[in-house]
Design a protein around this ligand. Structure first.
Ligand code: ADP
Length: 793
């Protein structure tokens, strides 16, 4: 069966490559996951793969070029830094160094190179590629290589992957490592927060980023900092006065702490450096605040990779190998990137050139250009950040007739990011002149409030109340699973009584159902003829209209920490399989993505189900794997099973079956992490996306202000879901979603985007598939031919 599996993705022998993989420049969390994915997918496709140790140094020293096998990268997903080493290599800057590198590559028989590094490393890679023919001719002329040796490698096949904590590469939304680094910063700022609050102190925090303010800006967005300095967009005029004015405003509203974040490369419009000491002096002397400086330094490079970085590294590594196999001498070298939720390829040369031109634009004081060269999302985050911290700007106010009373309600189970979204929505509403109204404890809370003795469940928000919510998990205004249909009359009466002119819902599938009910009830109740929008927030990530829900990233991070810990617990005894039961209802998203992030040997989902043939195959596979294991890896193996994957094969039953099959040669345990999966503080990704999407939601509601009821009823998106769909953020009308995109029975979207990732999880763990399944897309084949994905299209 195993040989059959390989046949499904093996490429013809004449197309097989010999791939070198290296990490170079500054290290970043997730680089190991990228190497693992490159190594395993290369092997699975029939290619040989070599690790080039210590960055470009490795190309200069043949003993640092070592062949890698399947087992050599076991467990690497959960390891920070880079295990094949990285270095800065002076010799590679010069042609003679690159000449030696070319000779060593050809001698090792390597005909493709995957370079994982920052813009410096990728610039070097691009230079190497462009010089390649000349380097080969010179080596032949000098007699160091023969024509026969160089003939098969006339074209150097290079693919770049961006590993960098700064997120400083153009043409990609995220680089491998940036979200882990942001996590380190958020943890530090969250910790500082409590002490700052106790002493009413101000803290100036310096974060990395010489030419790139991504870490500083996102740290500001995700921790609710008072002021942020980034290199791309220095404040005009007198920044000292602007900063003092905003901080004084926040203090006058009752805020007890002040956080200012300074990027390493911050400066004013004349390029005079702005240092943390400088900021501290202003805060201490002029505002009389007890101010301290914290420089985070290398802590930002440390720690384990976050779920997002593991996923990004893995999916991009697989894509990089595919790009190597797709390359022709005519195609330009690609760099693997991501736009919103979509892994793409960009021309390496263009991405490097655009990245370098940011530094040039800053040097030339052309800050608008510097900002425009970053991705559009960066400029948007900057605008949103300024709007949500600077709530007292008359220029942001809308005219009276465009202002709305906007009800904000949480529905369903709590999810990380609900509070961050609410905080951002409230701050944005106040800046624009809207009246944000808290509807406490979901729809049942609203209905209970109605009557002779109001319970205070409907209240106007004020800024100070929500100000500290950026890093709070759970739901501060309370959430409830109850639906409006439980008492539609009272719900409508409350909407009228409290003059709700627009509704912002945050929640999961229940919130989706609630919105659907309200939309249908519009015919009968005029109170619901208002604009309404849902921001999906559920750890299950099963809301139609979006590939991403707030809280799902926090959940994955909580789950991978849990899995890393239990796997490590097996290191003393070894030979143990853990069957972990994940939440997610009828959606296998959490199980599959967590499986991708921890390198699970098998993942069971409700979409696929579990049958006896699958069980038999997996048991056989486990027995075989353990019989091969010579103790190279002391950690246990993980199997993830979604809570509703099968009625018969429960988590416990699977563990028992494994124990029986093991016949004492290895152990099996079942574990249920349960509510641990909701996580504690929301992850940085959930926080920043909460802010961005919440503001977009209110902006969408704003477009209906002052419009007629007829206009509203005719407009499909007057009841809508905001979401990330592929490479863009989309607002989709409920009617469309209800009719075409919702699997109501199983409470999930009809076409779940992540299903396409499932074969990758299986491939990277080496799990055998059913003979009639296409490896490339996981589709069941009915023609009995396994190796032709083309026929699946
Ligand atoms: P990063 O990749 O993180 O930006 P560096 O800029 O230090 O880090 O680059 C890492 C290595 O890449 C350098 O030590 C050097 O070996 C190689 N490199 C960088 N820039 C170039 C260049 N312009 N030409 C040739 N090699 C380069």
């Amino acid at each position: 069966m195993a040989s059959r599996r390989r046949a499904s993705i093996l490429i013809p022998p004449e197309k097989r490559k010999c791939i070198g993989v290296m990490t170079s420049g500054g290290d970043a969390q997730g680089m190991n996951g990228a190497v693992r994915a490159v190594v395993r997918s290369s092997i699975a496709r029939g290619c040989r793969v070599f690790g080039i140790h210590e960055g470009y140094e490795g190309l200069l020293h043949p003993e640092l070029i070592k062949e890698m096998d399947w087992i050599s990268v076991r467990g690497w997903l959960s390891v920070g830094g880079t295990s094949i080493g990285t270095a800065r290599c002076k010799d590679f800057y010069e042609r003679p160094g690159r000449l030696i590198a070319a000779r060593n590559l050809v001698k090792a028989g390597i005909d493709a190179l995957i370079v994982i590094g920052g813009d410096g490393s990728l610039t070097g890679a691009d230079k190497f590629r462009s010089e390649w023919p000349g380097l080969l001719s010179e080596l032949v002329e000098k007699g160091e290589l023969t024509e026969a040796e160089t003939a098969p490698v006339q074209h150097l096949n290079i693919v770049g992957m961006v590993g960098s904590i700064d997120n400083d590469m153009a043409m990609t939304d995220a680089t491998i490592g940036c979200y882990s680094s942001l996590q380190r910063i958020c943890e530090a700022v969250d910790n500082i927060d409590s002490t700052a609050l106790s002493h009413q102190r101000a803290f100036v925090i310096e974060v990395m980023g010489r030419h790139c303010g991504w870490l500083a800006l996102m740290a500001g967005v995700s921790t609710g900092a008072d002021f942020v300095f980034i290199p791309e967009k220095p404040f005009k005029d007198n920044w000292q006065e602007k900063m003092k004015e905003i901080i004084m405003k926040h203090r006058s509203l009752g805020k007890r702490k002040t956080i200012v974040i300074v990027a390493e490369g911050a400066h004013d419009e004349s390029l005079n450096k702005i240092t943390p000491e400088h900021v501290k002096t202003l805060l201490s002397n002029d505002l009389k605040l007890d101010t301290r400086i914290t420089t985070l330094g290398h802590v930002q490079r440390g720690g384990l990779p976050s779920a997002y970085d593991r996923m990004l590294a893995t999916l991009q590594g697989v894509e990089a190998v595919q790009a190597v196999l797709d390359a022709t001498p005519e195609t330009p070298s690609p760099v693997i990137s991501i736009t919103e939720n979509k892994i793409c390829r960009q021309p390496l040369m263009d991405a490097v050139a655009a990245t370098q031109s940011v530094a040039v634009a800053i040097k030339n004081k052309d800050f608008d250009k510097a900002m425009s060269l970053r991705d559009a999302e960066f400029a948007e985050y900057n605008r949103i950040y300024l709007m949500t911290t600077n709530i007292d700007s008359p220029e942001l106010r809308l005219p009276e007739d465009k202002r709305l009373r906007i009800g904000i309600i949480h529905v369903g189970a709590p999810a990380g990011g609900m509070n961050s979204a609410t905080r951002a929505a409230v701050a944005y509403c106040l800046a624009r002149g809207h009246k944000p109204v808290a509807l406490h404890n979901g729809f049942p809370g609203l209905c209970r409030h109605h009557g002779d003795k109001p319970l205070g469940s409907v209240r106007d928000f004020d800024w100070l109340e929500v100000e500290g919510w950026a890093n709070q998990g759970g739901s501060e205004i309370g959430t409830n699973r109850g639906l409006p249909s439980e008492d539609m009359n009272t719900t409508a009466t409350c909407f009228e009584k409290y003059k709700i002119q627009a509704l912002f819902l945050i929640g999961g599938f229940e919130a989706f159902t609630a919105l659907s009910e309200l939309r249908h009830a519009r015919e009968k109740y005029a109170a619901f003829r208002i604009p309404m929008i849902l921001l999906p927030a559920t750890i299950s990530n099963n809301v139609p209209g979006s590939e991403y829900s707030l809280g799902s990233d926090t959940c994955l991070n909580a789950l991978i920490q849990y899995c890393d810990a239990i796997r490590q617990s097996a290191s003393a005894s070894r030979r143990r399989v853990f069957v972990v039961e994940t939440q997610g209802g009828k959606s296998g998203y959490v199980a599959t993505l967590a499986g991708l992030c921890v390198g699970a040997v098998c993942v069971y989902t409700p979409e696929e189900g579990i049958d006896h043939k699958m069980m038999y195959r997996d048991l056989e596979y486990l027995v075989r794997e353990f019989s091969k294991d010579k103790g190279q890896n002391r950690a246990g193996k993980l199997i993830l099973r979604n809570e509703q994957a099968s009625d018969t094969y429960t988590t416990e039953v699977i563990a028992n079956m494994i124990r029986t099959a093991a016949k004492g040669r290895f152990e099996a345990r079942h574990v249920v992490p349960g509510h641990v999966q909701q996580g504690g503080a929301p992850s940085p990704m959930d926080r920043v996306r909460a802010v961005r999407l919440a503001v977009k939601c209110i902006q969408h509601l704003e477009t209906f202000a002052g419009k007629s009821e007829a206009h509203l009823m005719a407009e499909m998106t007057s009841a809508a879901v905001i979401g990330i769909k592929g490479a863009s953020v989309a607002v989709t009308g409920m009617e469309h979603l209800e009719k075409y995109e919702t699997d109501w029975k199983d409470r999930r979207p009809k076409n779940e985007f992540w299903i396409a990732m499932k074969p990758t999880v299986d491939m990277l763990s080496g799990r055998p598939l059913a003979e009639d399944t296409c490896y490339a897309c996981g589709r069941k084949l009915d023609h009995g031919v396994v190796d032709n994905h083309e026929n699946c299209a």
